[in-house]
Write a protein that binds this ligand. Sequence first.
Ligand code: WT7
Length: 656
Amino acid sequence: MNPQIDNLLHESRKFAPSEEFSSNAVATTALYEEAKADRLEFWARQARELLHWETPFTRTLDWSNPPFAKWFDDGKLNVAYNCLDRHVDAGNGDRVAFHWEGEQGDSRTLTYAELTAEVKKAANVLAGLGIGQGDRVAIYLPMIPEAVISMLAVARLGAVHSVIFGGFSADSIRSRVDDASAKLVITADGGWRKGKVSALKPAVDAALEARGDLGPQDSVTHVLVVKRGENEVEWTDRDLWWHEEMAKAEPEHEAEAFEAENPLFILYTSGTTGKPKGILHTSGGYLTQCAFTHKVVFDLKPESDVYWCTADVGWITGHSYVVYGPLANGATQVLYEGTPDTPHPGRWWEIIEKYKVTTFYTAPTAIRSFMKLGRKIPKQFDLSSIRLLGSVGEPINPEAWMWYRKVIGAKAAPIVDTWWQTETGAIMISALPGVTETKPGSAQVPIPGISIDVVDDDGTHVGTGNGGLLVVTEPWPSMLRGIWGDPERYKETYWDKFGDKYFAGDGARLDHDGDIWLLGRVDDVMNVSGHRLSTAEIESALVAHPFTAEAAVVGAADDTTGQAVVAFVIIKESMLEESAAVEDIAAVLRGHVGEQIGPIARPRDVFVVNELPKTRSGKIMRRLLRDVAEGRDVGDTTTLADTTVMQIITGQVTAK
Ligand code: WT7
């Protein structure tokens, strides 16, 4: 066993919630008992109590055709109405929905009444452009209120959004727009990042242009453009300014109810092949689990809390814990446009002080980079409003956990380490604050109503003290309903391995208390700064460069980002001369990956090598490359076709 993991499993520090926190906690031990006694009735109660149903459901789960689940399927609701109008109708229209903060320090406050009014107008604009139930709308926006308004306007019409993270390239936009046959793209001229305007519309233009003149075949009829960066943009016939359309729009819009299984969104995520998967989520079950987990995991007191989740709406965390969960619960939030260190490294802590944030949810990679800068920076700000901290996206090492608790949480705020995925839609494993004692580094226990196990390759429970594969053993309300346009891939990827259990792709261990420790991916998927990247996708971007004959990519341990992308490439024989004339091949190839996929996928290191380690059957042995990338002695090489190749590679890499 890896000695580090062994140490982790003997982590004995535990922090009990304070008396005061426990006695006021939203979560109770009774939730576990209730869910255990009758899981389906437990979820039915949550769905009824947390949401407004236009037509109440009578069926909770239909699992007659696994792995295709239907939850609450004879009920009808409108997702946007649940996030907006009903709070206004209940007399909470003046409550702040968002304190939005621009990177440059400009700000905007939106109450529930104002947000509702904006979404109604936007829904009228979209309807006027021909968007209706089931149509797909691509959204490529910075972190501005219009991102949330667009998502909710799409949802209000029963249409389907596909949000594309602003850091993705034109190529990535194109493949997503094509895969979903989007009818409309919503973008902005640009947004503020790192003290500059970063343009967005040119990437959309390039993506649509690269598709050629599709004529009437073209799925995209319009591009709606929000003015934010004030940067110059080119204009075509299909483009419309958001503010002009909104100024003309009717203010009233009645929300129609749709079936609980009406698709809500597609979100693309990397898998083990070169093609991203369009993860499909639907309405009633998704919203139920988002609302429930947001309420109990974040101990939500909607009248007094100011909640801030730092995720971008381009990722699942932004969908579930910036838009749907918090808004369904009527929470007050902070929404921030920019980067954590602009214009100064204390920017986040300044925002916490300014809005008196009580609940803060971020990623371990951010915590580790602040840790490196030192506690002096956060200490300059008043963080005393914080009463609860959350972590998501990758395992949080106990050292970072302790720093987070001490420096940001004043040794008093409980920390919830939440495990889930794009596919699970909402939190699956987490402590419940006020109920569970928390343990640095462990995500701990399934939330009530969720059935998790750690099993060996045959699907047998491993027992406490042992490691294996993480599986979900029963369907859950916010589970993915499939992969857009590819039901076979859905079955193959998640269900074929065990037949009756959902295979998450993560390794995990059970410690002696039965708590769950996540150990990272067991497939060819990397986790860089909490963002999922596929080795195959980056390899195919690398071999698309004229210099490259072959490429192998691995995720190597990195102090700040968790894992970093490290690439090994072989240059084509015919290109040796030409490539030798380039001053920095690594920089050229890194830039190329940035253009093909987006800056987040750019390798940290690119090593040009003469050969790659392969088994006799020709499979690249990534394990050995990871050893080299992490500076370890190379392990067992007996299955290599050519055992000398690793000596050569190690020599080439260390010579750099
Ligand atoms: C993968 C899912 C869930 C939103 C952000 C990422 C890893 C996520 C944790 C955690 C250890 C975690 C897993 C998972 N992961 N949360 N608390 N502890 N690992 O969503 O891009 O779908 O990635 O992130 O490896 O499979 P995603």
